[in-house]
Design a protein around this ligand. Structure first.
Ligand code: AMP
Length: 282
């Protein structure tokens, strides 16, 4: 696997390959890789001649300084995982490379960001949009691979690609989970033993809500079911549970009026924030 830390050399390497129609698949990550990330690498490898993964902990998408400081950094371990997974190229820049000068652009995503992650993490999607634009300009991939784990992020990136006419296909892949249902996440490594034991509750809550909603078609009562469940877990702070159209993120009043609906959840165990979502109709 080739490793690049700077922009010019990776561009110089990829440009001639693209011009002889080698397809480039790209997986942007923040490292501390797990099987969820590897599923994206696998998908890219099956569809492209060249797979590029980036590892960069993007400071502009963190609204919480402690979260940025505590974010796991295990680059040597990640390199080994990527080599074993057959990734061709790693792009691992530092802040000096990615933000030589402070960006002053401010990306707004209107109704797509005024809720859920955008509501609770002020400025988060500006940071995500900014780094994705930069990375897409540098890598110029044919297809970029993302996880359903960050579905709101995927919808926002899809909008960004449309609005700014990027010539990149986007692919959204299913959430890879631990045996108890906990969605794999780099932040899970920070959960202590006791917290890890109860962290499966997020997925349990989503499934309970799904069954209840399909049976009763009543959003308020479904929300109440979820709240009742979390009352039994005082160590967990439920931040939001929302039922939204999977394409537009519009609120849902009646499940019969939508083709696909997603149930979203976010909360804290101690100072560790976890998110998850499932589709209503699978
Ligand atoms: P991150 O490193 O957390 O920024 O994630 C990089 C990419 O991996 C994003 O597109 C995530 O949605 C995706 N991802 C993270 N966790 C999972 C998972 N458990 N299953 C599938 N994809 C995931």
């Amino acid at each position: 696997m080739l490793i690049f830390e700077d922009i010019a050399p990776i561009k110089e390497y990829l440009f001639p390959l693209k011009s002889i129609n080698q397809r480039i698949g790209f997986i942007p990550t923040m490292g501390a890789l797990h099987k969820g990330h590897l599923s994206l690498i696998d998908a890219s490898r099956s569809e492209n001649e060249i797979t590029v993964c980036s590892i960069y902990i993007n400071p502009t998408q963190f609204n919480n300084k402690a979260d940025l400081q505590n974010y796991p950094r295990v680059l040597q371990h990640d390199i080994k995982m990527l080599q074993d997974a057959g990734c061709d190229i790693l792009f691992a820049p530092d802040d000096q490379v990615m933000y030589k000068e402070k960006a002053i652009i401010d990306l707004k995503f209107g109704p797509l960001e005024s809720l859920m992650e955008g509501k609770y993490r002020n400025g988060h999607f500006n940071g995500v949009g900014l780094i994705i634009c930069k990375l897409f300009h540098i890598i110029n991939p044919n297809t970029a691979y993302f996880g359903q784990k960050d579905l709101q992020q995927f919808i926002i990136i899809r909008q960004l690609i449309k609005d700014l006419a990027f010539d990149v296909n986007l692919c959204c892949l299913p959430i890879v989970r631990e045996p108890d249902g906990l969605a794999m996440s780099s932040r899970n490594a920070r959960l202590n033993k006791d917290d890890r034991k109860i962290s499966g509750i997020f997925y349990k809550a989503l499934n309970l809500a799904r069954i209840f909603l399909l049976e009763h078609n009543n959003i308020e009562k479904t929300e109440q079911q979820v709240k009742n469940l979390f009352e039994k877990y005082p160590a967990i702070h439920l931040e939001y549970f929302e039922v939204r159209d999977s394409e537009t993120l519009e609120p849902v009043n009646n499940i019969e009026n939508h083709q696909q609906i997603s149930l979203f959840i976010a909360g804290y165990i101690g100072d560790i924030r976890l998110i998850d979502n499932i589709y209503l109709f699978s």
